[in-house]
Write a protein that binds this ligand. Sequence first.
Ligand code: FEO
Length: 170
Amino acid sequence: MLKKKIEDICNRQVEREGYSSNLYLAMASWAETNGFSGVAAWLYTQSDEERLHMLKFIKYINERGGKAVMPALKKPAAEFKSVEDVFKEVLKHEEFVTASINEIVALTLEEKDFNTHNFLQWFVFEQVEEETSVRNVLDKIRLVGKNNMYQFDRDILSLRTPAANAQSNP
Ligand code: FEO
C-alpha cells in the first residue's frame, strides 16, 4: 500500500508527464505547420513516449493500492520563435522533469518506500537518455547552422539514439 505522501507526489508526476506529452504535441504542430516535417516527426514520437511515461505512473499507483487521478493540463504555447528555441525549451523542460523525478526518489528514501524507489530507477536512466538526446539535437543545430534548417530537418530522425528508437517501436 502506498503512503499518501508517495501517492500524491506520484500523481503530481502523472500531471507532469501528461503536460510533457501535450507540450511536445504543441511543438510538433507548430513544426508541422511551419514546414519542418522531420522536427515534427521527432516531437510526435517524443510526445508518445511521454504519454507512456504517464501511463507507467498511473498503473504503478493503482497497482500499489493508490488511486491515479487524471489532472487538468495547462495549455502549452502554440507559437515558437525558431526550431532552436523549441529544442532549448525541450531541454529546459527535461531538466525540470529530471529534478522532479529526483525529488520523488529522495522522498522514497526518506519514507523507506523501497518498492517505489526501485520503480523509479527506470525513470532515472530515462532522464539521462532524454537529456543526452536533446543536447545532441542542439549540438547538431549549432553544427549545421541556423541557416541550414532544411538539412537539419531532413537529418533529425537519424539523431535519435538506438535506445530511444527501441522504446518507441517495441
Ligand atoms: Fe517523461 Fe521526458 O520526461
